[in-house]
Design a protein around this ligand. Structure first.
Ligand SMILES: NC(=O)C1=CN([C@@H]2O[C@H](COP(=O)(O)OP(=O)(O)OC[C@H]3O[C@@H](n4cnc5c(N)ncnc54)[C@H](O)[C@@H]3O)[C@@H](O)[C@H]2O)C=CC1
Ligand SMILES: O=C(O)C(=O)COP(=O)(O)O
Length: 528
């Protein structure tokens, strides 16, 4: 039974799939602080949050069973991603579900700051009929600067065009072609500062975006500019903004988000008549909350049930076209890693993975993570997973080399894995045979044809007449039935290997009897 903790208010309708799933129990406990979460988190396999729960390293250290943190929304700045990655916890978000709501809230804020709606409302309800103090401006023909042309920024641009605004967009990924297609001008932050009547930000909060609008940018701005932030507190320097308003540069500002949430009672925005605020409501619509909860619960279920998922934040995004191509190789990749590690004696210093044939043209990073997981799992067991396998290998000082090559040795696809140790190296190669599934086709220099599942005995021996018979008899006498046998040798009478698939694990005594046989150099049991 998987246990899912929902620690922020998340739509029940949206997480219905979790309630309905067999083997999943959902516990809703909102408003917990760090200590309270630490006390209970070890019980849970999944945690669902919005922006309120701060998922700290300490919480993750106590979360011994936690596989996934689902963020029902976009921003994951409330989750310690490094800690999650190190502990192999997958963090997923729901990037699409609240785009329109946040875009519409941005417009609500833009119109409110253009027409002084909150200020007008406040006075009117006190009985004052003040029509002089709240003369606003039209959006028509005004220049709107959009910083961050991602999902929300792009939707804002689309709607601003309907208001007949001229738009300047800035985003490191905004190309001239895309800008042209969107019907907007591409500009820099400084261009926007100099030309815009309204400026809205739609970036995440990063080292680069923190205070990207601060005193130097305010000094460039047109008098009377209005500023909107429905993205993240901290992108705009709050104190520099208040100063710019008081200096008469900025006419007014509309903020949905704060550097620290909720803001302190004495925050300068809270009693400034030119600043209007909402309590982080961008995504707070019925539609958005249902959308993000549906998306996140589907993904959480997929992860718990070991099915493919797409919106992992602490793993690079893999387009479904790539995932579909790689998916069939996942089992093979993990088994190759596991098989070869069990054959390798010394500690692994380098992992070399080569992809060839039809795999040479695909982004194989997700498959590499799985192969490395296969390698490390023999030593680290459940501590390693696809999220942290690369990270764990690197922290253990293991060098990872990934290559592609056109040489396929006659196969349509081939994965070759080499593990290098102080004393030498071991290589395995595998392919996916159409209609037959995964196959190990080479071990070191020996061509083989092995289905990678079951119990194996890998025997290095001398190629001598009768050696094979001796081994067969010994195993038979000890009730170990041989299912398949592969033999490979370099030269007649030289070193040879025998790979047996057996129906049950040979006991220690049987293994000893094998290694005591004169022709046998070593016998190793491998379990896949
Ligand atoms: N107020 C609220 O309730 C909500 C706030 N948000 C916030 O809105 C922001 C944007 O969300 P989406 O559009 O969905 O994200 P997105 O990832 O689609 O777009 C973000 C864009 O910012 C750009 N960017 C990153 N660094 C930049 C920089 N230094 N300068 C200029 N552009 C930069 C990226 O290239 C990307 O195109 C996020 O911070 C998100 O957390 C999202 C939903 C609700
Ligand atoms: O999705 C986001 O980034 C948001 O900021 C929405 O936050 P919320 O889920 O409303 O706490």
């Amino acid at each position: 039974m998987f246990k899912v903790l929902v620690s922020d208010p998340i739509s029940d309708l949206g997480i219905q799939k979790l309630f309905d799933a067999n083997d999943v129990s959902v516990v809703k406990e909102t408003g917990l602080n760090e200590d309270e979460l630490i006390k209970i988190i070890s019980d849970f396999d999944a945690l669902l949050v919005r922006s309120q729960t701060k998922v700290t390293r300490k919480i993750m250290e106590a979360a011994t069973k936690l596989k996934v943190i689902g963020r029902a929304g976009v921003g994951v700045d409330n989750i310690d991603l490094d800690a999650a990655t190190q502990r192999g916890i997958i963090v997923i978000n729901a990037p699409d579900g609240n785009t329109i709501s946040t875009c519409e809230h941005t417009f609500a804020m833009m119109m409110a700051v253009a027409r002084n709606i909150p200020q007008g409302y406040k006075k009117t309800i006190t009985g004052e009929w003040d029509r002089k103090s709240f003369v606003g401006v039209e959006l028509n023909n005004k220049v709107l600067g959009i910083i961050g042309m991602g999902r929300i920024g792009t939707e804002v641009a689309e709607r601003a065009k309907a208001f007949n605004m001229k738009i300047i967009g800035f985003d490191p990924f905004l190309t001239e072609e895309r800008a042209e297609k969107l019907g907007i001008e591409k500009g820099s932050v400084n261009d926007i500062a100099q030309k815009a009547d309204f400026i809205t930000v739609h970036t995440p909060l990063t080292k680069e975006t923190r205070h990207m609008i601060a005193k130097p940018q305010f000094e460039l701005m047109k008098k009377g500019v209005r500023i909107i932030n429905c993205a993240r507190g901290g992108i705009i320097d709050e104190y520099a903004l208040v100063e710019a308003i008081d200096q008469g540069i900025v006419f007014g500002a509309a903020f949905d988000v704060f550097e620290s949430e909720p803001p302190q009672k004495d925050h300068p925005f809270l009693n400034h008549d030119k600043v209007i605020v909402t309590p982080h409501l961008g995504a707070s619509t019925q539609e958005a909350q249902e959308n993000v909860a549906i998306d996140v619960s589907e993904e959480v279920l997929n992860i718990l049930l070991n099915k493919p998922f797409k919106n992992a934040v602490n793993m690079p995004h893999v387009p479904s076209s790539v995932l579909n191509k790689l998916q069939p190789y996942f089992e093979l990749g993990e088994k190759l890693g596991s098989f070869l590690t069990q054959l390798t004696k010394d500690s692994i210093e380098e992992i070399h993975i080569n992809f060839s044939g039809e795999l040479a043209d695909v982004d194989t990073a997700p498959l590499s993570r799985i192969i490395i997981k296969g390698v490390l799992a023999h030593y680290l067991d459940s501590e390693v997973n696809v999220v942290n396998s690369m990270h764990l290998a690197e922290t253990k000082g293991v060098k990872i080399v990934r290559q592609r090559s056109s040489s396929t040795k006659g196969f349509t696809n081939l994965i070759t894995l080499t593990l290098k140790t102080k004393s030498g190296e071991k290589t395995i190669a595998g392919t996916l045979l159409n209609g037959y599934g995964p196959r190990i086709v080479q071990i070191d220099q020996y061509p083989v044809d092995i289905s990678p599942e079951g119990i194996f005995i890998y025997i290095s021996h001398q190629d001598k007449p009768g050696a094979i018979g001796k081994i067969g008899t010994l195993l038979g006498q000890n009730d170990v039935n041989i299912a398949t046998m592969q033999v490979g040798r370099k030269i007649i009478g030289g070193d040879a290997v025998m790979i047996l698939t057996v129906d049950k694990q040979p006991s220690k005594t049987v293994r000893k009897l094998l290694t005591d046989t004169s022709e046998i150099v070593s016998a190793k049991e491998i379990i896949l």
